[in-house]
Every structure is written in structure tokens, then in C-alpha cells.
Write a protein that binds this ligand. Structure first.
Ligand code: CA
Length: 233
């Protein structure tokens, strides 16, 4: 069963979202506040695969919920619901560990398509984890363990989300090769992702903050102007 946590304080929007997700085969856990969302997550015997979080909530806001969920799970998929005027908030949410965002107002088909796409990625990553195929890729001071899905630098763990891990895996299996934003988008988000390529840049910025000594003058994740990025061990 596909499980999703929906956190939205506006009852009419929440009901509309929940009805459409249930119709598409999701088991939905509903919350009307951020505090309730975390409480319901903690109490759930079977944890949700995906969370859909409104940003503007009474009390704890969607960013804080996102951060709280990320502390509990690196592997769940998180989508933020944003108003059209909240351009910076989209980026803020992505920096907090969200995987995608949907702008209000949205059509039911768009929302379900975005949730489905993220669910497939989360599920594929989990299955790969379960298969436990390869072992390790070494790049300079870094060791990527594909079985445990961990990244070590000088023997110390670097905390990565599933998406960040997939980007690093793509880099490590193509060292020195320029990879376009489209390549990265297709490989990590899937060919059916129809959001903006900008999401690649946001994730790269976050990765640089995690692995570069000086994120504004990177030595490992290099920008290839007009194209994308390449990995330099
Ligand atoms: Ca709201």
C-alpha cells in the first residue's frame, strides 16, 4: 500500500487533496497542523512513503515539519505546497530537505502525477537498497557505500537524503565527465519529471554545503558553464 501524510490546515483544500489521492490508491494520513503531522507520523505503525506539506500553517510551519520529518527519515519523499508568490520559500523548503514542490492552485491530475513520480523514486530507491547489489566506490577522500547507502569522507559519515545520494552515485560512476542538468534530472528524478531543471541546481547547492570545504569555491562538484556539473575527486 502506498502511504502519504497530508498536512494542510485549510479543510477544503485538504479534503480535495485527500479525495484525489485516495482515488489514486493512496492510504492517506491527514493532519491539520504541523504538530499533528509529526505526532501522527510518530504514532503510525506503517510509516508514510511520502509527505505533502503546506508551508503556511498555524503554529509550526511547513519548513519546520519538513525538517522534523527529515530527522526521522532520509528516505521518505517530501513535497511542499507553495503559493505562487512564495518563490523564495520553494528554495527554502528544498534547502530543508524537501524533494519537490507544487504551486497552488494546482489541478488534481498535476498533484497526483507529482506524488506518483516521487513515490516511484522513493520505492525504486528502497528496492535497490533491499537488493543490496554493489559494494563501494572510492573517490579521493570519499567512500560511497552502495550497500549501506552511506557516504564517508575521511572515514566520517556525511548525511545525505536519498536524492542527494543518487546524485553522488551518478557523479561517482562518471568521474570527470560533464553531466548536463537534463542528464542529472532524468537519472535522479526520472524521465517523467516535469518540474523545472532549477531543482538540480538547488540540490547541488545543498550538496556543496555538505561536502565542500568552501561551498562558494567548490573543488569537487564543479560547474560546467552552460551545461551542468562534473565530479572532480
Ligand atoms: Ca495553509
Amino acid at each position: 500500500m502506498k502511504r502519504i501524510l497530508v498536512c494542510e490546515d485549510e479543510v477544503s483544500i485538504r479534503e480535495f487533496v485527500v479525495i484525489n489521492l485516495r482515488r489514486s490508491g493512496y492510504d492517506v494520513i491527514e493532519a491539520g497542523s504541523g504538530e499533528e503531522a509529526l505526532e501522527r507520523y510518530d504514532r503510525a505503525d506503517e510509516k508514510p512513503d511520502i509527505a505533502l506539506l503546506d508551508i503556511m500553517l498555524p503554529g509550526m510551519d511547513g519548513f519546520a515539519v519538513c525538517r522534523g520529518l527529515r530527522e526521522r527519515s532520509d528516505s521518505m519523499g517530501i513535497i511542499m505546497l507553495t503559493a505562487r508568490t512564495q518563490e523564495m520559500e520553494k528554495v527554502g523548503g528544498l534547502m530543508m530537505g524537501a524533494d519537490d514542490y507544487v504551486t497552488k492552485p494546482f489541478s488534481p491530475s498535476e498533484l497526483v502525477a507529482r506524488v506518483d513520480a516521487l513515490y516511484r523514486r522513493v520505492d525504486a530507491a528502497r528496492q535497490r537498497y533491499e537488493v543490496q547489489y554493489l559494494e563501494e566506490i572510492r573517490q579521493g577522500d570519499f567512500v560511497l557505500n552502495l550497500r549501506n547507502r552511506t557516504l564517508l569522507r575521511d572515514g566520517k559519515p556525511v548525511e545525505l537524503t536519498q536524492l542527494e545520494f543518487q546524485i553522488i552515485e551518478y557523479f561517482f560512476t562518471n568521474p570527470g565527465k560533464p553531466l548536463s542538468r537534463t542528464d542529472i534530472l532524468h537519472r535522479v528524478w526520472g524521465e517523467d519529471y516535469f518540474g523545472e531543471e532549477k531543482i538540480v541546481d538547488v540540490n547541488i547547492r545543498r550538496l556543496r554545503m555538505k561536502i565542500e570545504v568552501n561551498p562558494s569555491s567548490p573543488e569537487h562538484i564543479m560547474t560546467v558553464w552552460g551545461l551542468g556539473y562534473k565530479w572532480n575527486a
